[in-house]
Design a protein around this ligand. Structure first.
Ligand code: ZN
Length: 291
């Protein structure tokens, strides 16, 4: 059997599957309740043991927020898991379960989930983008997850949109995340991003302007990604896509405004289908591929 674990700042979700990837059980808890990495591993191992139905779980993938050392399976210092520094997550879970364990980037896993079981089914070249507090991504090239030389490919949030733009947490200026991420929009407007999108939906002119500008930046990123990777499809997930009707037309208009990207090679743009489950579903797929 296989297991996929999605370790987020607010929730930990676990999915169990047969070796062909078919899900048979899933369970979750709130991350802060577990407090330490050791306790999280203990909880996950116990739940897996309880649900595995006499069969052995041989391959597990943990989708975790970056930065990650994917070779060693170590969580370096994820900003949304304060106190979890240099955690040897793969070793801890391997010891607790006896399974082969991989640690992978959460956006990569969400992209892989959408590719195999969600909006990306049937494609070969797809870019997944999560647009939420931050902006992340996962690249599927020729039917495979592309992780790059150091496992950091697909950091679409750190494409520079404006070299004179605001300073991003990563140290660069004018990153897509600093120009369009929910956290930066909240900083700029003084309201949570969810309120900003609500105000825009109800016709507030200033909120609309801020949202449209952010969607335009995202559209510019789609142009650059299309030129770099020639995908057939963009799949977009994350909290901002709850306001799809507000952002999709501007993103698409921006993409269409490129005279260089002729309609014949213009990728489609779809909303993600798996919602909060994308990470765990993708982690199961990665466990299947690497079993
Ligand atoms: Zn950045």
């Amino acid at each position: 059997m296989l297991a996929g674990i999605d370790l987020g700042g607010t929730q930990v979700r676990v999915a169990l599957a047969r070796s062909d990837g078919r899900l048979i059980a899933s369970f979750k808890t709130k991350t802060p309740l577990l407090r330490t990495p050791e306790r999280m591993v203990e909880w996950a191992a116990e739940e897996i043991e309880r649900h595995r139905r006499r069969e052995k779980v041989t391959s597990i993938t943990i989708a975790a927020p970056g930065p990650i050392d994917i070779k060693k399976g170590v969580l370096v210092n994820p900003p949304n898991l304060p106190g979890w520094r240099n955690v040897p997550l793969a070793d801890l879970l391997r010891r607790a379960t006896g399974a082969r364990v991989h640690v992978a980037n959460d956006a990569d896993m969400a992209g892989l989930g959408e590719f195999h079981r969600g909006a990306g089914q049937g494609t070969r070249n797809m870019v997944y983008i999560t647009w939420s507090t931050g902006v992340g991504g996962g690249l599927i090239i020729d039917g495979k997850l592309h992780r790059g030389a150091h496992g950091t490919a697909g950091e679409v949030g750190h494409m520079i949109i404006d070299p004179d733009g605001p300073l991003d947490n990563c140290g660069q200026r004018g990153c897509l995340e600093a120009m369009a991420g929910g956290a930066s929009l909240a900083r700029e407007t003084g309201h949570p991003a969810s309120e900003l999108f609500k105000a825009a939906a109800s016709g507030d002119a200033h909120a609309r302007e801020v949202v449209e500008r952010a969607a335009r930046y995202m559209g510019l990123a789609l142009i650059s990604l299309t030129n770099a990777l020639d995908p057939e499809l963009f799949v977009m997930g994350g909290g901002v896509t709850r306001s799809w009707g507000l952002v999709q037309p501007t993103m698409l208009d921006t993409l269409k405004s490129s005279p260089f990207i002729k309609p014949g090679r213009r990728p489609r743009l779809l909303r993600a289908r798996l919602g909060d489950r994308a990470g765990q579903v993708g982690a199961v797929e990665w466990a299947r591929i690497n079993q």
